[in-house]
Design a protein around this ligand. Structure first.
Ligand SMILES: N=c1c2ncn([C@@H]3O[C@H](COP(=O)(O)OP(=O)(O)OP(=O)(O)O)[C@@H](O)[C@H]3O)c2ncn1[C@@H]1O[C@H](COP(=O)(O)O)[C@@H](O)[C@H]1O
Length: 100
């Protein structure tokens, strides 16, 4: 089933998120999110913002904007999942379980 649900780029970004969390390099946007004093609420705010921006792009019928905003949303969802200890493989397994 893994050849059908290809999440390889999401896995690669998730691994970078893990690495940033471990190594804490200066200027990292991921670290800025993970270290924000608002904690998980900062990440959830971003997920909410990017969801809204994606919805607006879809309502506007702008394909380029849909791709751009959905990418922002998926990235912030990955940071959220990392904070929750959920991996892309967990999501992949659930999607594969539902696959008919
Ligand atoms: N895929 C992404 C990615 N997508 C979007 N973004 C950032 O997400 C933010 C989008 O939010 P906004 O448009 O609201 O921009 P903003 O005003 O800067 O954000 P706020 O100040 O409001 O929080 C921008 O700063 C983008 O740069 C990303 N930042 C990082 N990545 C990946 O994460 C990796 C690690 O990034 P660093 O931690 O920065 O090294 C990178 O190599 C990329 O692969």
């Amino acid at each position: 089933m893994s050849e059908i649900v290809d999440l390889s780029i999401l896995n690669a970004i998730y691994k970078i998120i893990e690495e940033r969390s471990r190594e804490q390099p200066e200027g990292s946007y991921v670290c800025a999110l993970l270290n924000d004093p608002k904690g998980i609420n900062k990440i959830l705010e971003k997920v909410g913002e990017e969801t809204t921006e994606t919805i607006i792009a879809v309502k506007d019928g702008n394909k380029e904007e849909i791709i751009y905003e959905t990418s922002d949303l998926l990235f912030h969802l990955l940071v959220m999942l990392f904070e929750c200890g959920v991996t892309p493989d967990d999501i992949s397994a659930e999607l594969a379980r539902r696959f008919k």
